[in-house]
Design a protein around this ligand. Sequence first.
Ligand SMILES: NC(=O)c1ccc[n+]([C@@H]2O[C@H](COP(=O)([O-])OP(=O)(O)OC[C@H]3O[C@@H](n4cnc5c(N)ncnc54)[C@H](OP(=O)(O)O)[C@@H]3O)[C@@H](O)[C@H]2O)c1
Length: 359
Amino acid sequence: MANWLLYGAYGYTGQLLVEEAVRRGHRPLLAGRDAAKTAVIAQRHNLDHVVLDLRDSDKLHAIVAGVDLVLHAAGPFIHTSEPMVQACLSGQTHYLDITGEIPVFESIFSYDSHAREQAIALIPGVGFDIVPTDCLGSYVAAQLPQAASLEIAFLALSRASAGTAKSMLEMLGGLSKGSLVRRNGRLVSIPLGQEHKEVTFSNGRTYQVTSIPWGDVATAPFSSGVQNVTAYMSIPLPPGTAAVSPLLTRLMKIAPLRRASSKLIDWVVRGPDEHLQQTARSYIWACARDAAGNRREAWLETVETYRFTAVAGIRAVEKTLEQQPSGALTPSLAFGADFVLDIEGTRRFDTLPASPTAA
Ligand SMILES: NC(=O)c1ccc[n+]([C@@H]2O[C@H](COP(=O)([O-])OP(=O)(O)OC[C@H]3O[C@@H](n4cnc5c(N)ncnc54)[C@H](OP(=O)(O)O)[C@@H]3O)[C@@H](O)[C@H]2O)c1
């Protein structure tokens, strides 16, 4: 059995990843910065563990050099990915993470040639953000060789964990207006709620979706070469959100306010419970267009987002160890656009199903 490390093992999503890894017969080395919390999860699964603070560079480099792969699950990744990426580059260790943060994707993609020289893969975003949207976007773009634009939308019938909410807060504080779209190859910030449309998902229902700064805005140009990308999510925003969005973003740039919001999130936000994880569904739509007005669209439906992240994260570990890709890669570049179909409970449609499953 391969020798790999799971960092952030006691977080909400880290624990789901540990459970899925064990279910698949893996014995990862578990790591996290808190000694007691790391020990509890390791003992629960009878796994080895190591206490590791990312600021302890010597220890981090020594431990990472001793494993074949790291799956990094401790975020917000804007604060945690860089030291781990550096340790992986110097230790010739594959790096995978579950980020959804655009600056993190951009930073990791800047290490592409370094990763190739070291013959390792750097694959950020092996969770719900961005595996299903990246795979479906690549699938439709590949059917339209001159695709000039890509729209991706999703409906997640679940709720966020504290870590996800804090990562969104960090993203908001880093933006100038509230959302990001890609236009002619450049990231452009727009107020949250400014770009919206209606999308019918494979559950047969039509939803209002709003532009959000989802990872594909950073990654789709690498996956499919498309330079105009908008990602949407079904979120009910009150009227006037576009007008107040720049103010909200400015407030989140104020560090004490951001820290206070982050503490509040820890107190009040709980990820989906076991029942929701097992029963909720997620729906994705992607549409590529070319300059001549041709379009290709497809739909995907899959399991609840955190369940998806646990399963996809561990499948990505397995595929990386089997296939040994190298360079900074999106999931679809690393494993192909059909990778998402490996996740149990996932179906893809080229036309809207005549008898949709109810949401
Ligand atoms: N791609 C996806 O679809 C997807 C899905 C789920 C989650 N995520 C992302 O994954 C991250 C974790 O989410 P979660 O639900 O597990 O959140 P969580 O329950 O809040 O867990 C966060 C984990 O990260 C650790 N951590 C935070 N900052 C750290 C640092 N500077 N050094 C070391 N460890 C640090 C925390 O340790 P302490 O308790 O010691 O602070 C904790 O173990 C978030 O960024 C979230 O957005 C992405």
